[in-house]
Design a protein around this ligand. Structure first.
Ligand code: BG6
Length: 481
């Protein structure tokens, strides 16, 4: 727990992200007594409204099954303030600084007890002016300052480098926390624990025993209402270059020398640097089309009628080192598909020999969501009179194993990490550069060559060509998938 006090300044407080993610997470931390004793939250945005109106907006997304919920909400709102102001004018930043200073003074905080967190829930267009205004006028002269940044971190290697330069001029890397909320998910955090605390896995975790690794993010809904944003980015930038690649780096990295955040991030960067830029042959793109009463991507009013934006992609990544020689990492993501799930499937090699008939390969699955679980496809004697084996599951479903456990939301654990000064689950500058290096040539190729995505019906498994595409890399669909 952070010592003393903290003032969390949420920039872009009237926006969707703040309302849906940041404030609910802050409320959950407050409710569970994770915020330091002297905590204040200041929302800042351009929208003119008074504190009551702001509270009304915030409340609509605060939920809990706590019997004392209403009282807790009331207590929480008593530390939530709102200041309206522009993003590009000094006087407003000075006003904000005065507001925060007054709050700190009211709490009679000593110098070493003062902490300011700037939480930037902002669109990229205003990001740099806001960061400069904060640095110049609101930066804690007497307090420690942390800056939390949300994606997008650029659109390709070049724009990412420009953004990194801008930030570097304003804040030190140790003050910066770049959020990739997938790193706050329980099963993502479990990858290192499973790999490096079990003797049974480390000898098998390589190309000798593993055939392929699939990392999949499927969503059931389309881009309804978000088409304007989405069309600028597409599925690869929206969830693959960040969320899926982060999961991949945790699966593929070498053992860090310690659990110190820099040691972990060093290993992630190292493995990302071994990944070859993705080629066009190793990619399959899709765009969903109308299916019954479900609209196609192009039916969205905020999307240009001739958009070639991919809402689905399957990409194969190759890690050029000894551990992963010739093991395909297949990243798949899509909107408007048949189910909603995120999982990592590690398919082992086929067992040689013929002592048993038709023995399917083993598969280890990290189910990130929904319903956190780890399970292993495993051959077992068919119980009863048969002597043959059948595939079954060694199953660690969290809901069954850890009864009544409430797994915290990703944003809750990440904001807590910021307060603890722990960078392990945030993206470092060089990691971002390494990530963009892998994706940029493909993204430019798709845009320059105007590659047309394959159509797939809303609610389907994706483009027809998908099964053939993954088969090329030796991936099998196993029972129960
Ligand atoms: C966001 C993307 O980063 O992640 C969204 O912008 C996507 O398009 C979301 O829906 C998925 O996150 P989660 O936590 O709902 O799986």
């Amino acid at each position: 727990r952070m010592k003393g006090g903290v003032t969390i300044i949420v920039l872009g407080a009237s926006g969707d992200l703040a309302k849906k993610k940041t404030f609910p997470a802050l409320f959950a931390l407050f409710r569970n007594n994770f915020l330091p004793e002297h905590s204040q939250i200041v929302g800042y945005a351009r929208t003119k409204m008074d504190c009551d109106e702001f509270h009304k907006r915030v409340v609509s997304h605060l939920k809990s099954d706590d019997p004392a919920h209403d009282q807790k909400v009331k207590d929480f709102l008593s530390i939530c303030h709102y200041v309206a102001g522009q993003y590009d004018q000094e006087e407003y930043w000075e006003k904000l600084d005065q507001y925060v200073t007054d709050l700190e003074n009211k709490e009679s905080l000593k110098k070493e007890q003062k902490n300011r967190i700037f939480y930037m829930a902002l669109p990229p267009s205003v990001f740099v002016p806001v960061a400069s205004g904060l640095r110049k006028h609101v930066y804690g002269k007497e307090a420690t300052t942390s800056v939390v940044i949300e994606k997008p971190f650029g659109k390709d290697l070049e724009s990412c480098n420009a953004l990194l330069e801008d930030i570097k001029r304003l804040f030190k890397e140790e003050e910066v926390y770049r959020i990739d909320h997938y790193l706050g998910k329980e099963l993502a955090k479990n990858i290192m624990s499973v790999r490096f605390s079990n003797m049974i896995f480390s000898p098998l975790w390589n190309a000798t025993h593993i055939d392929s690794i699939q990392i999949t993010l499927k969503e059931k809904f389309g881009t309804e209402g978000r088409g304007g944003y989405f069309n600028e980015f597409g599925i690869i930038r929206d969830v693959m270059q960040n969320h899926l690649l982060q999961l991949m780096s945790l699966v593929a990295m070498e053992r860090p020398i310690s659990r110190d955040s820099e040691a972990i991030r060093d290993e992630k960067v190292k493995v990302l640097r071994c990944v070859k830029p993705i080629t066009a042959e190793d990619s399959l793109l899709g765009q969903y089309v109308k299916n019954g009463d479900k609209p196609g991507y192009l039916d969205d009013d905020t999307v240009p009628k001739d958009s070639l934006c991919a809402t689905f992609a399957a990409l194969v990544l190759w890690v050029d080192n000894e551990r992963w020689a010739n093991v395909p990492f297949i990243l798949k993501a899509g909107k408007a598909l048949d189910t909603a799930k995120v999982d990592i499937r590690i398919q082992f090699k086929k067992l040689p020999g013929s002592l048993f008939c038709n023995v399917p390969r083993n598969e280890l699955v990290f189910r990130v969501q929904p319903g956190e679980a780890m399970y292993m496809k495993f051959n077992n004697k068919s119980p009863g009179f048969s002597d043959e084996t059948m595939i079954t599951e060694l199953d660690l479903t969290y809901e069954n194993r850890y009864k009544n456990l409430k797994i915290p939301e990703a944003y809750e654990t990440l904001i807590l990490d910021v307060m603890r000064g722990d960078h392990s689950n945030f993206v470092r500058d060089d990691e971002l550069v390494a990530a963009w290096r892998i994706f940029t040539p493909l993204l430019h190729h798709i845009e320059n060559e105007k590659i047309k995505p394959e159509p797939y019906p809303y609610g389907s498994r994706g483009p027809d060509k998908l099964d053939k595409f993954v088969k090329k890399y030796g991936v099998e669909r196993l029972a129960h998938e």
